[in-house]
Design a protein around this ligand. Structure first.
Ligand SMILES: [Zn+2]
Length: 124
């Protein structure tokens, strides 16, 4: 259990986000609920900033994607291959050695591709 520094409630450790840096083992001072509320509050307070940031960066991202389409496609293929290999290798290992979202993301891609290939077979 850990006490959240924002709401003052004692909560189990998995209610706290992990710190990003591996060398400093620990959890964030505020629980996930408070972190989320903080982000929401900040975004509402800085709505103009958020909107402008998105608008500027969307354009930049789109321009980058347009000029690097082939490179990005290749990177995507290689990324998925790497994830599939890593996933197979980690299957018998403890799951929490890898960030959970990446495992879920890779699984979803795999599922989607399986689904697509099944759909293709049914059509032909
Ligand atoms: Zn809290």
């Amino acid at each position: 259990m850990k006490t959240c520094s924002t709401c003052g409630l004692a909560k189990p450790l998995d209610s706290f986000g992990n710190r990003k840096y591996k060398q400093s083992i620990g959890h964030r001072a505020s629980c996930r609920g408070c972190e989320r509320a903080n982000i929401k509050k900040w975004s509402a307070k800085n709505a103009d900033h958020v909107r402008q940031y998105r608008a500027t960066n969307r354009g930049r991202q789109m321009a980058y994607n347009a000029t690097n389409r082939e490179k990005l496609a290749q990177q995507g293929i290689e990324y998925r291959k790497r994830e599939a290999v890593a996933l197979a290798r980690n299957e018998n290992r403890k799951r929490n050695s890898e960030p959970r979202t990446r495992i879920i993301g890779a699984l979803e891609i795999q599922k989607r591709e399986e689904h697509r290939s099944i759909g293709g077979k049914q059509l032909s």
